[in-house]
Structure formats: C-alpha cells, structure tokens
Design a protein around this ligand. Structure first.
Ligand SMILES: NC(=O)C1=CN([C@@H]2O[C@H](COP(=O)(O)OP(=O)(O)OC[C@H]3O[C@@H](n4cnc5c(N)ncnc54)[C@H](OP(=O)(O)O)[C@@H]3O)[C@@H](O)[C@H]2O)C=CC1
Ligand SMILES: N[C@@H](CC=O)C(=O)O
Length: 403
C-alpha cells in the first residue's frame, strides 16, 4: 500500500478523492499496489463528508510523516503551494499538481529539486485539464523538433465564447455559469484576461524547448473586449472567435509567443472545439500536425489527469522521470515581427478610399443591422506595421485572424 496526501479539498481536490474512490480497483491494479489517501489538508472543515476522517489543517503533519510518499497539490496559487511543494520534494516525496501558476513560475526549479532527491514532480493537469499533453510532449514527440504549438488552452473562456456565439448569451451570464460549474479560477480575471492561457502556453513552450520561457514575456490579451457584434461579424466570415495561445518557431530562429482572441475559420480543427473543451495543435518537423482534444477544465476531467500522475509516481518510486526544462531563460521574438491578417472594424467616418490607401487591397464585410461602421480583413501584416497603419483610421476594434 502507498500513502498519499491531498492538499486542498476544492473542485479538483474533491475530484481526486472521488476518482480514487470510484476507480479504486483499476487504479490499484495499474499502480501495482493500493493507493490510500492518508490525509486531506484544507483550511475548512467538511462536517458530514467522509473526508472528515482524514482531514488535517496542519501541513507539518503530512510533510513529517514518513509513510506519505506522494503529495497531490491542488490548492492553487503560489503561496503556500510553492513552499509546501519544495518541502515535500526535499523530504523525498513526489508531488503531483494541477497548479499552472506554480508550474509556470517555478517548474524548472521544482523539477531540479525533484531530480536531486530522486523523486518526481508531475503536472499533467496543469495544461488542458484532462487532456494528455505534458506526457506526450515529454515522451511521445521526442523524435521531432517542434515548430508550432497553438491551442485553445482555457476552458472558461472557450465556454463563454461558445455560449455567446451559439446561444447569444451575455458575457456576465455565461461567466457566472462557468464559475458554478467549477471551470473558472478563484479569481476569474486570470481566465478572461488570458493570464491562465499565457501560463499554459509558457509551460508547453518551455517543455518543447527544454528551457525556461517566462510567461511574463508573452504578450497577452483576453476576451473582455469581444462583443456580440464581433461575433456576428465572425459568423458573416464563416469564422469563430477563439482565445488562442500560440508559439511559432520561425525561420529567423526566433520563437513568437502570444495569447489573444483570434478569428479562425469555422472549418479549422480548432473551430470545432467548443464549450469547456480545449484543443491543442502541435506541429513537429517529422510528424507534421497532431491535435489533442478533450475537457480542459472541471472537477473529474482534471482530477483524472492528476490521479494518472499519482499512478505514474507510484510506478516510478525510486526513479526520477527525466524531464528536460532547464532554468536558462529563452528570449522570445519581438511581437512587432509577428505577422497575421487582421479583422478591423472602423467608424464610417473613415472612407474606403482611406482604408485602401493605408492598407492596400482589403476584403470588406458589413452587417445588415449594424450602422455607423463597417469592417474589413487586411492582408498579412506584422503587428508593428498594423499598429502604425491603424493610427490613420477611426478603428473601433481589431481582432487577429488565422484566416
Ligand atoms: N477547476 C478546474 O477546472 C481546474 C483547476 N486547475 C488548478 O487546480 C488548482 C485547484 O483548483 P480548484 O480546485 O478549482 O480550486 P478551489 O478553489 O476549488 O480549491 C482549492 C482548495 O484549496 C484550499 N486551500 C487554499 N489554500 C489552502 C491552504 N493554505 N491550506 C489548505 N487548503 C488550502 C481551498 O480552501 P478555501 O476554499 O477554504 O480557501 C480550497 O478548498 C488551481 O491551481 C487551479 O488553477 C487546473 C485545471 C482545471
Ligand atoms: N480555469 C481554467 C481551469 C483549467 O485549467 C480553465 O478554465 O481552463
């Protein structure tokens, strides 16, 4: 029997307990021994919940118990998750976490500590919820040089955009629903402003490179400025608006990373990724395109990935699974050189003649019931060029496109 402890009995933590209880027999079989939850740590009490029997409020009870071999950190945030994780690894316990904030900020360091102590730091659930993506990047795509990772990496915002598109619901109404369903972060600003997706693309890009991509270096825009009118224009263009996290390895040897809403063709594989689902598209120079798809948030899908890490940690007791993520920082390419087509809405105080003088040939789009403005699609332009040109027109909104 192997004893584990779960830190945090919230959405994911209660899911971890449920998954282990529900699939007890098959999990034990795959782990090669019984997985026993010896402790659950939380700030609160849970009167009447069976977890009461193993609930503790003092982390030192867990970290000082030599019988506990694996710690599941699902509290979220940096403090005290970072200190608890470090103490656990230094005490010779493996740690499995869903905490992308922790992984993006301290992943390289915690992996090094795990290696030094011959234990494991595993974080499959930190990107894509229940979708296997960390393990494939570490273990399955190792014959390739990665040339692109582009994904819908946040379930909450994809759920919001899908409901706004398909059911015409308001942003606020759908965000509230996403919170009730346990998809959103404690502070949903992390979801809607793109910070969560930013941390996730930083983690994936760091793993693909084996070096540290600082999430603070990644240009990030969220979805709070997207309106129903933008969605109507997208529909007129047979497109959908998706919050994408993208990293592209370009011919100039630089990596360009960004998080922003993009208009993508509705027939694009990512155009079919709706609701809480995430889709992560990876291109390798030998494999070509591959895509990972599944539920990107929520109690049981996320817990499923965490428990799979627990099983891996049990199977690899006494062995460190090699994960290359050095602490040296990578310098990303300048966003001014990132190029795409832009969708632009302008007030009709700007004439089409001016638009064509500034942007050259464009593709116009109008909506019958929207007055005082019109929209167009530019040719492919760099961000730098677009910013200069857009100063010359009465721009209402612009959205990058992959059209
Ligand atoms: N929800 C999801 O779909 C997904 C979440 N994640 C990540 O998983 C982590 C957990 O998320 P989620 O379960 O949704 O969050 P919740 O807020 O639902 O759960 C966190 C739990 O940890 C407890 N907690 C916080 N601080 C401490 C502490 N110092 N000591 C003991 N307990 C503590 C909280 O208690 P209290 O409520 O009393 O503060 C709460 O019960 C986060 O990093 C999140 O980003 C990853 C993928 C998907
Ligand atoms: N808030 C996150 C949870 C999973 O990582 C999301 O919505 O994707």
């Amino acid at each position: 029997m192997i004893n584990i402890a779960v830190l945090g009995y919230g959405t994911v933590g209660s899911g971890v307990v449920e998954v282990i209880n529900k699939n007890h027999a098959s999990i034990n079989k795959r782990a090669g021994q019984e997985v026993n939850i010896k402790y659950v740590l939380d700030l609160r009490d849970f009167p009447g919940d069976p977890v009461e029997k193993v609930l503790v409020h003092d982390y030192s009870v867990i970290v000082n118990d030599p019988e506990v071999k694996i710690i599941v950190e699902v509290m979220g945030g940096i403090k005290p998750a970072y200190d608890f994780t470090k103490q656990a690894l230094e005490a010779g316990k493996s740690v499995c976490t869903s905490n992308k904030e922790l992984v993006a900020a301290h992943g390289a360091e915690l992996l090094a500590i795990a290696k030094a102590n011959n234990v494991n730091f595993l974080f499959e659930a930190s990107v894509g919820g229940g979708i296997p993506i960390i393990r494939p990047l570490n273990q399955s795509l190792t014959a390739d040089e990665i040339t692109e990772i582009t994904g819908i990496l946040n379930g909450t915002t994809n759920y919001i955009l899908s409901k706004m598109t398909d059911e015409g619901k308001s942003f606020e109404e759908v965000l509230k629903r996403a919170q009730e369903k346990g998809y959103a972060e404690r502070n949903p600003e992390a979801d809607v402003e793109g910070y969560d997706a930013c941390r996730k693309i930083a983690i994936l890009t760091s793993l693909a490179l084996g070096k540290q991509v600082d999430y603070r270096d990644i240009y990030t825009e969220g979805i709070t400025k997207i309106t129903k009118t933008d969605i109507e224009y997208a529909k007129a263009l047979h497109a959908s608006i998706k919050l994408l996290g993208t990293s592209k390895w370009e011919d100039d040897g630089k990596i360009y990373s960004m998080v922003a809403p993009f208009m993508i063709d509705s027939d694009h594989p990512l155009g079919h990724v709706n609701g809480v689902f995430n889709g992560i598209f990876v291109n390798g120079n030998m494999l070509g395109d591959t895509m990972f798809y599944g539920k990107g948030a929520g109690k049981l899908p996320t817990a499923s990935a965490v428990v799979a890490d627990v099983v891996d940690a049990v199977k690899h007791q006494g062995t460190n699974i090699m994960t290359i993520w050095e602490q040296d920082k990578v310098e990303l390419g300048d966003r001014a050189n990132f190029a795409c087509r832009f969708f632009v809405r302008v007030a009709d105080t700007t004439s089409k003649e001016t638009i064509e003088k500034v942007f050259g040939e464009v593709e116009y789009v109008t909506l019958a019931d929207v007055s005082g403005e019109y929209a167009f699609l530019t040719d492919k332009l760099t961000e730098g060029a677009f910013e200069e040109k857009s100063k010359q027109v009465d721009m209402i909104m612009r959205i990058r496109t992959a059209l």
